[in-house]
Design a protein around this ligand. Structure first.
Ligand SMILES: [Zn+2]
Length: 438
């Protein structure tokens, strides 16, 4: 137990913060260090920035919120910190609404992938084998993912975390540690996720419940038929936990064609029966790209009625949901990186703009407006799924921005240049593609 011995103030009022020298003392040691204390009236002016490629604006930020957005140069403002964006693009922070930050190999020697097969069971078993061999710390690896993500412009992450009797809650606890360490630089939601199956793996349900008690924001599920082989029971258990703990549902659904569509129907039924409209996301849902048009239209109608969100990455193999059709229908869409630098495959990385590019490429989009629709999915769509009411490039919203070189949004998606600035709650957290010191 430390007690504060003394502090000396080092005033930096002009830059909006105090630098404090502190000395702590315990029975055994004395420790000194520096800390920063933000002033309540901290202001930041981002001048000459072009929201979504439109006319140049000045954005004034006060206490982490957007105070005004005015035509560039129209107001004289005396701000604590000024950034000249030099007419670059500005977007609200990128939203990674589907990650697995507990399982990456970032910073480790390149893993030569020797997957024995391509079923979910093959992927999951191989992943666990390599993880146990390497003995990596989830706390350390999840931080590496978060640091690389922030540097690439991500301000929000929803991450699914493996929970099962073999590893218990160690992965979950590691991610919670990272969430706490980055709480002022990243908005994070956690999903308690039965990656290795739930009903087929005794002890998993109890651990998922424990994670929900420890603060998980959502309960996950996985392929109710092909993994757990009891779709109704799987979905009942997941939804019952959600109701009991007052959390959202986010289910991984890789099942193909009619089998997957049947799971979608069951999820819709439970959502409706329990009044969980607006609180359910189905991730991947490849089946929506495999069923006939008339059936798809019926499902879209029911998804809309029950306000169920769809997460898609524009999967690298086979079919995936028709994103334009779903967006046009009004379905809330989000996207994410899924696992990055992991044993599932070599392609995924942390850049959400790159994900937009891949989705557009796989969707065969050519027109700027279609790419911009996907960019909207990767920003506003994800923030809506994460229920962040403070999100957006509007007065009164949180100052979460990414500033990127380019004339037009689609150009930023195609060229993937390093992010000039990433700003979280009015504070620069990354510059020129590099994370700022914490
Ligand atoms: Zn996933």
């Amino acid at each position: 137990m430390f007690e504060v011995l003394y502090v000396t103030f080092w005033s930096h009022v002009k830059h909006g913060f105090f630098l404090i020298r502190y000395t702590l003392k315990s029975k055994f040691e004395k420790r000194a260090g520096w800390a920063t204390l933000l002033l309540m009236s901290q202001t930041l002016l981002v001048k000459n920035c072009r929201p979504w490629g439109k006319a140049s604006q000045d954005i004034l930020v006060k206490d982490g919120l957007i105070n005004s957005i005015t035509p560039a140069g129209s107001t004289a403002v005396n701000a604590g910190q000024i950034i000249d964006a030099e007419n670059q693009l500005i977007f609200p922070g990128l939203v990674n609404a589907h990650a697995h930050i507990d399982k990456n190999l970032i910073g480790q020697p390149w893993h030569r992938n020797e997957l024995p097969g391509a079923t979910i069971r093959d992927l999951v078993d191989y992943e666990r084998k390599i993880q146990l061999e390497k003995g990596l710390s989830t706390r350390v690896q999840s931080q590496k993912d978060v640091e690389a993500s922030i540097a690439a412009g991500t301000t929000h992450i929803r991450t699914h975390i493996d929970i099962d009797p073999e590893i218990g809650l160690t992965g979950f606890e590691g991610v919670l540690g990272t969430k706490a360490a980055f709480e002022d630089r990243l908005t994070m939601q956690t999903v308690a996720f039965p990656q290795r199956g739930m009903l087929i793996y005794p002890g998993t349900i109890e651990l998922l419940e424990e994670a929900l008690k420890m603060g998980a924001d959502a309960i996950g599920g996985l392929d109710p038929s092909t993994v757990d082989r009891d779709p109704a029971q799987h979905i009942n258990v997941v939804f019952d936990m959600a109701v009991k703990h007052g959390v959202e549902v986010d289910i991984h659904l890789h099942e193909p064609g009619m089998l997957g569509a049947f799971s979608v129907e069951l999820i819709i039924e439970r959502t409706k029966a329990l009044g969980m409209q607006g609180l359910v996301t189905i991730s991947h849902v490849f089946c929506l790209g495999m069923i006939d048009e008339a059936y798809l239209d019926r499902l879209i109608e029911q998804l809309l009625e029950n306000d169920i969100s769809i997460m898609s990455l524009g999967s690298g193999r086979g079919e995936f949901p028709p994103l334009k059709k779903l967006a046009d229908a009004g379905i809330r869409l989000c996207t994410g990186t899924d696992g990055v630098r992991d044993t599932w495959g070599p392609y995924n990385y942390v850049d959400i703009l790159e994900r937009v590019k891949l989705m557009g490429y796989r969707s065969g989009f050519r027109r700027d407006e279609d790419v911009e629709m996907l960019l909207n999915v990767a920003t506003y769509g994800g923030a809506a799924v994460m229920k962040d009411g403070s999100y957006g490039l509007e007065v009164g919203k949180a100052a979460d921005f990414v500033i990127v070189p380019g004339e037009a949004p689609t150009q930023a998606v195609v060229e993937l240049k390093p992010r000039s600035y990433v700003i979280k709650r009015g504070r620069v957290v990354a510059k020129d593609g590099e994370l700022m010191a914490g």
